[in-house]
Design a protein around this ligand. Sequence first.
Ligand code: SF4
Length: 464
Amino acid sequence: MSVIPVFDRDLLRRYDGPGPRYTSYPTAPHFDVRFGESDYRRQARTSNDDPVPSPLSVYVHVPFCHSACYYCACTRIIARNPARGREYIERLAIEIDLQSKLFDRDRPLTQIHFGGGTPNFLGAEGILAIMARLESAFSFDPEANREFSVELDPRHADAQLVADIAAAGINRISLGIQDFDGDVQKSINRIQSVAQTAELIDAARANGMRSINVDLIYGLPKQNERAFGQTLDTVVGMRPDRIAAYSYAHLPNHFKAQNQIQAKDLPSAEDKLGLLALAIDKLTTAGYVYIGMDHFALPEDELVQAQERGSLHRNFQGYSTRAECDLIGLGMSSIGKVGNAYVQNAKELPAYYTALLSGHLPIVRGYELTVQDRVVGDAIQSLMCHCRLEKNAFGRRHDLVFDEYFESELARLAPLAADGLVNLKSDCIEITPRGRLLMRVVAMCFDRHLHKVQVVPHKFSNVV
Ligand code: SF4
């Protein structure tokens, strides 16, 4: 049953501050350079030896973009020359071959996600070339089980590109919009028409794609409730299956392009809360279900159904229905999770290329999970995905007594319970509708790494 989050301005104001998004636990700042290629190879081997090895999921990072959006905090390279994309595909092919040799061939590849950057910088032919390489190196799951998705920048894509990638097996797309208002678009250097976006959505439907996601951002320069309301109405009229409405974090000291944004053009903290309230109101009124962490989906969408079944999962791409997969990260800066370890590739192109050309995986850091990490990670997953932790079932799963194991965490949760964010019951912990917009704050109470270090603002965005 869907729960509409309660927008409590006072609580949001009080609890706002930097915090992890928990796409992993521990979070990426805790990854260690002492974890290297041999550790990863060992994890891959061990994962093959499981009595029932997990299916595989692949994330492909394409770092290139045609121009700089000023709000951007992604790992990306501004490029004009398509030859840079062709060179990247050649190197990626080496990585695909090295990685595929680590995994038993009978493990199905069930999920592929192209992210960026701008995957369509490579054109349809580039995406198709990577798909073909993946198909020859891995065993694709039967079509009905596949979840193959691509993030597209609508300014550099058209209906033909959508038709071409659909023919190659891509069955989902994700489109960046942010805001359709002309003044906002000018101030973020991202001019994108409604027509460009609608063309891709129509093409995705015409070509039988199973899911369409769009991304919006609130808190951008020149944004106001009137114009953002119109963007929300336009987006709702397009009826994408999923909508993400992210909060803009202005950190110009850490993301160079953000220096192009004039601080005076940014909405005040109060106005930004107003934009969030507006998004929640318009999207839930239009029938979208609030999944959590900025994500909304139509009731018939798989994410909503997975949440209702209790099988929703969170990974580096956000919410996912494929909890059981080993995730192989491909491309510059990508992060994977195989067996009991997270692993990250080189974040600069020269280092990424050099490693591959010398026959090595371009791994620069990683993290091997301890038993405690797995226990705490499971607790955080349950809260972030289902807003609920059943103490007895959790205790049986990990062979522990919940209230003893989490004694300090329960103490940290007590003030949140007093503020009405969580209910602390004898048999479960549940995040209330009032706490749903602050689920990161609840999860942070369980984070045993976070409590050993100072939370540095640029490492994590604000929770609201
Ligand atoms: S927001 Fe997307 S398209 Fe714009 S610069 Fe960043 S990665 Fe590229």
